[in-house]
Design a protein around this ligand. Structure first.
Ligand SMILES: Cc1cc2nc3c(=O)[nH]c(=O)nc-3n(C[C@H](O)[C@H](O)[C@H](O)COP(=O)(O)O)c2cc1C
Length: 193
């Protein structure tokens, strides 16, 4: 089977956030699989403006003028599949992640996406919104996901318990999710070619 390029997107940028820690963890879990190359796309490292382009990305005829948008889009183009790590902000995903999703179109198309979320009810409401958005971007959101509940990660965020123990609890969810994502990634890579 061909190699897979899987990008993990860290979906929050605030000081003291949890997204980078969850993204690093799931990236390491992915690396345990043969034939997978993994890159973390940390939205904090991309200075994306709020969407302000003349053309809508779905009908884009010219390359992006903004250098940061072009850099972000070229990373998305490289990928065969994505794991999006999302917080739950006001029963949805973060604005910074929605803005990043809005900037790109063709480069998301026909690729599978899985989600790792966290929040008081495991970020479930953020993932439900993201699944609807993913369909509009012509992606294939998969069913298996990782939901990290507040009771597990709040103590880690505030330094009261260990991240290693927390992520061990998420192991079986992450294995199921990665297996399903890889199945879809191989199938859609073949279909795109
Ligand atoms: C603006 C804002 C809104 C939030 N809304 C929710 C919410 O609706 N549900 C929830 O479970 N947690 C909510 N939280 C708590 C976040 O899940 C928690 O702060 C989490 O650590 C945020 O992700 P981050 O650390 O990656 O920024 C909210 C936090 C912020 C900053």
């Amino acid at each position: 089977m061909s190699n897979l390029n899987i990008k993990v997107i860290a979906g929050s940028v605030r000081e003291g956030r949890f997204a980078d820690r969850a993204a690093t963890w799931i990236g390491e879990e992915l690396k345990k699989h043969e034939g997978v190359s993994v890159e973390i796309i940390d939205l904090k490292e991309y200075n994306l403006p709020f969407f302000n382009a003349l053309e809508t990305p779905a009908h884009k005829t010219k390359p992006y003028e903004d250098r940061e948008v072009a850099r972000f889009t070229s990373k998305i183009a490289e990928a065969d599949a994505f794991i999006i790590v999302t917080p739950e902000y006001n029963h949805s995903t973060s604005a910074v992640l929605k803005n990043a999703l809005d900037w790109v179109y063709q480069e998301w198309n026909n690729k599978p996406v899985a989600f790792v979320s966290y929040g008081s009810v495991g970020g479930a409401r953020a993932i439900e919104h993201l699944r609807l958005i993913a369909v509009e971007l012509q992606m294939a959101p998969i069913r298996e996901s990782v939901h990290i509940p507040g009771e597990h990660y709040f103590p880690v965020l505030f330094g009261a318990s260990s991240a290693t123990e927390l992520f061990e609890k998420m192991q079986s969810q992450s294995e199921r999710m990665i297996a399903q994502l890889m199945w879809w990634a191989h199938a859609l890579k073949k279909a795109r070619s």
